[in-house]
Write a protein that binds this ligand. Structure first.
Ligand code: DAH
Length: 340
């Protein structure tokens, strides 16, 4: 074979391979292949001494030129690839401020908690203070002292969970009336939000639910105070235009007893499925504290009178947010909770 011709094709092949190397690893492979100890070019240089003198000069010169060209091309390409690699690494280190942010979920206040808080704020603004009572309660505080002695038929209506001979899960927040009045003297106006329990479960009843109890005791407290405090409350929570009405009702711990209805928030009093065509929704029970209850806590019922009321927080939240199934509050499905 013509030695100079093969040198030219070797040079072209080497330069093409160097230009095609995409990273330093491929470039190193090209260096080994074209300039390494076992390369064709080095073999030519090793054997150049055996050629005839005039050929030796031509081939030797050209072979050294090709070696230099290939070496230069390798160095040049190496500089390029190294710079490119540095640039890529520094780009990977920088922030792209135009990328959309990662969306993460924050929790927020549960609709029952926010409704309770709203109710508490309204009564606080009328001078009520907040008190607490135990959820595991004695029969005495939950029933007896509230004028519901053993075998009183009213006990039947509160499907009670008993947890011991004398212990039960409180069926209402009215126990706080007894506990607060026993430890304090009038005047007092107290609000008591909390959990209560009954053996009942369907779309409007949950075995655990929330109530808010309120009561005010002093000299000369009348039914007029009860009506004005509760009417103010309804206007604050359901809007000024909502009508309210009081209906006589029976609770053993009050006399007289009443229930308060608010004009249906779904149909504005026209009559619908939710209000069973009556145009009214019952939202709380109330009344003047029974003299027997005052006697149980050691208050002189000739001197002091008071009113009390109790309402379900779920009921208020359902009406405010138009929720039809009470169980949604307790399933903690974020798709539901996120809407508030
Ligand atoms: N404790 C009653 C219940 O759970 C609600 C209630 C009615 C509370 C009348 C009161 C009241 O303080 O005066 O059904």
């Amino acid at each position: 074979m013509n030695d100079t011709e093969s040198l030219e094709s070797l040079r072209n092949e080497a330069l093409a391979a160097i230009g095609a190397a995409v990273d330093l690893k491929e470039l190193e492979a090209a260096r080994v292949k074209y300039l390494g100890r076992k390369s064709a070019l080095l073999a030519v240089l090793r054997e150049v001494g055996q050629l005839e003198p005039e050929k030796r000069a031509v081939v030797g010169k050209r072979a050294n030129e090709v070696k230099k060209d290939v070496g230069d091309a390798l160095d040049h390409r190496e500089g390029d690839l190294a710079a490119r690699a540095r640039e890529a690494a520094s780009l990977a280190d920088t922030f792209d401020l135009t990328l959309p942010g990662e969306r993460f979920r924050t929790g927020h206040v549960h609709p029952l908690a926010s409704t309770a808080e709203e109710i508490v704020q309204i009564f606080r603004s009328m001078g009520f203070e907040v008190a607490d009572g135990p959820e595991i309660e004695t029969e005495y505080h939950n029933f007896e002292a509230l004028n519901m002695p053993a075998f009183h038929p009213a006990r039947d209506m509160q499907d009670t969970f008993f947890v011991g001979d004398d212990l039960l899960l409180r069926t209402h927040t009215s126990n706080v009336q007894i506990r607060a009045m026993k430890t304090r003297k009038p005047p007092l106006s107290v609000l008591a939000p909390g959990r209560v329990y009954r053996r009942d479960s369907d779309i409007t009843h949950s075995p655990m639910f929330h109530q808010i109890e309120g009561f005010m005791v002093d000299e000369r407290i009348t039914l007029g105070h009860l009506k004005s405090v509760l009417s103010s409350f309804v206007r604050a929570i359901f809007g000024k235009a909502r009508k309210v009405r009081f209906r006589p009702s029976y609770f053993p711990f009050v006399e007289p007893g009443a229930e308060m209805d608010v004009e249906c928030v779904m149909c504005d009093g026209k009559g619908c499925r939710v209000c069973k065509s009556s145009g009214w929704l019952e939202i709380l029970g109330a009344g003047m504290i029974h003299p027997k209850v005052l006697a149980h806590v050691g208050y002189d019922s000739e001197k002091y009178t008071g009113f009390a009321f109790g309402m379900g927080i779920e009921r208020v939240a359902m009406l405010r947010h138009r929720i039809s199934d009470i169980r949604l509050f307790f399933e903690n499905d974020v798709r539901f909770l996120e809407q508030f």
